[in-house]
Write a protein that binds this ligand. Structure first.
Ligand SMILES: [Zn+2]
Length: 521
């Protein structure tokens, strides 16, 4: 039977338009960016010293679309009732070492293969995310591979800004070769691009270029020595003007910057004059350094566990030459905490943990606590959020692994890296995992009071439906105890029992962990 053309046409037309209509609808649903509305939250925006209460925050895709009391979402949005909790930026640690996860640096050099270190790095990345850090800046050791795995979703972790291999001269703080090693010798750490001995401007140029080739977003130089290490005096102004210039030149060619491990005043002034943008540790920071930093738009990052009087008690410092190093360092670094408090430089937070994920968990919690204790909760939070975001931006538009992000702030158009926490971190840093105990801290996994961890618009943790204890089992220090800590840290002596909470003395485990910390400083 033949169907007349006349009859068929409307049927076809109807079918076609229905098909068009349904495909349009499907596309509209597929194309509509995923929306998540946080209702009724008090916002810490990364800068202000007060919460902005009773707000709604709409996340669309990976961006904060709007903020306000009356902000509403589309029909398909996921709505999360914050019930008056604090919504704040994901934390940023400006100085970590995800790859340095051996027992100590000697162990890494002598015994650890790329497999051991890679697996350890995966655990470290997970740890930092669980601790609320959605971005970390790796100050030596990590190349681009770990971040690629995180970015692709293969493993979970924060955004990683890698530095590639440390760069420093023979006998400096990047020289982790065995004491008996041949000059310029083939080391485990140089093969794995964790650390390179580089002597002369040409050698520095070659390593810096290789770092960027491997996925670095900035360059890390080891300008001065350390305290607990053997052949690098802390006073060593260990890189020549030409060597630093070479590092800065290559970094600038990639529109990025150089970070310098730097202790002494002379070294810091030299670094800043030559264009270094972040001073790591900076233990002889003072008014002159501050002036130059302000003029050059430079930053300092502080690791306060380095001042722990515990360091004086460890076997690594027993040798007379180390005791002398410690004595001279203590005298020279005495003004550090006071000067940082007085001049208020742009300051990033750093943990600088060397060790495996178990050892670093308590150090991360302790560093959060010391930051608040010494500089106040607001300054500590700013260093862990908006300042961290500014430092991430220093890597420029070319080698920044996340060039289109605005990190560390809660504002319209910022990247949706968000924490939702019980309580007010401006009043109590324990709600983001701070713990005034270090080696005697009870081991824990994650921070119970951080209920939601969102990175790039994706939720990695959500325990809003779980009934958990309102605050972690942490007893904040009294004002008197905090003051005593501050004085003790300044003097870097005795009182270690109180500071560490190590009532029963130091066990081998604790000494071991201390050894790892001390080796870096
Ligand atoms: Zn470091």
């Amino acid at each position: 039977m033949r169907i007349s053309k006349k009859l068929m046409m409307p049927v076809l037309a109807l079918t076609v338009s229905a098909a068009l209509l349904s495909s349009t609808l499907v596309n509209a649903a597929e194309d509509a960016p995923n929306q998540i509305l946080f209702k009724n939250v008090n916002i810490f925006d990364g800068k202000s010293d007060e919460l902005n209460n009773g707000q709604n925050v709409l996340v669309e895709g990976n961006v904060i679309k709007s903020i306000g009391k009356d902000v509403k979402a589309g029909a398909n949005a996921t709505v999360i009732d914050g019930a008056g909790r604090t919504l704040m930026p994901g934390l940023i640690d400006n100085h970590v070492h995800l790859t340095l996860n051996g027992k100590n640096l000697l162990d890494i050099e002598a015994n650890m293969t790329w497999e051991d270190l890679a697996i350890g790095s995966v655990a470290m990345a997970k740890l930092y995310l669980e601790e609320g850090f959605t971005t970390v800046r790796d100050m030596g050791g990590t190349n681009g591979g770990l971040n690629r795995a995180i970015k692709s979703g293969l493993i979970e972790g924060p955004r990683v800004y890698s530095s590639g291999a440390f760069i420093g001269g023979r006998g400096g703080h990047a020289d982790f070769a065995l004491f008996t090693s041949r000059q310029g010798g083939d080391t485990n750490m140089s093969r794995l691009n964790i650390s390179h001995e580089a002597n002369g401007a040409d050698a520095v140029t070659a390593v810096a270029r290789n770092n960027f080739r491997q996925g670095a977003s900035q360059i890390k130089i080891m300008q001065t020595g350390g305290v607990a290490s053997l052949f690098d005096p802390w006073q060593l102004n260990g890189m020549t003007v030409d060597e630093i210039k070479a590092a800065v030149q290559i970094a600038n060619d990639y529109q990025s910057y150089v970070a310098a491990h730097s202790y002494t005043k002379d070294a810091m002034l030299r670094a800043l004059d030559l264009g270094v943008k972040t001073i790591e540790h900076g233990f002889m920071f003072d008014g002159d350094i501050n002036k130059k930093m302000k003029k050059n738009g430079a930053y300092i990052t502080t690791n306060l566990t380095a001042f722990s009087p515990l360091l004086a008690k460890i076997p690594a410092l027993n040798a007379p030459q180390n005791q002398y190093k410690l004595k001279t360092a203590t005298a020279a670094f005495g003004g550090y905490l006071d000067n940082v408090r007085k001049y208020k430089p742009k300051r990033g937070h750093q943990t600088d943990c060397v060790g495996d994920a178990n050892a670093c968990q308590s150090q991360i919690a302790y560093e959060k606590s010391l930051n608040g204790e010494f500089f106040g909760n607001h300054a500590a939070l700013v260093s862990m959020t908006s300042i961290g975001g500014e430092i991430a931006k220093l890597s420029g538009p070319v080698v920044n692994p996340y060039p289109e992000t605005t990190l560390g702030v809660i504002q319209k158009g910022a990247t949706a890296d968000i924490l939702l926490v019980d309580g007010n971190p401006l009043k109590d840093l324990s709600v983001i995992g701070a713990n005034p105990k270090w080696f005697d801290a009870a081991p824990r996994k994650g921070v119970k009071t951080i209920r939601i961890i969102m990175k790039d618009g994706k939720i990695y943790k959500n325990t809003l439906n779980e009934k958990v204890a309102a605050t972690p089992a942490v007893t904040p220090l009294t004002k008197e105890e905090a003051l005593a800590n501050f004085e003790a840290f300044k003097a870097n002596q005795v009182a270690f029992e109180k500071l560490s909470g190590c009532k029963g003395g130091l066990t081998d485990d604790k000494l071991h962990a201390l050894h790892q910390v001390a080796e870096m400083h």
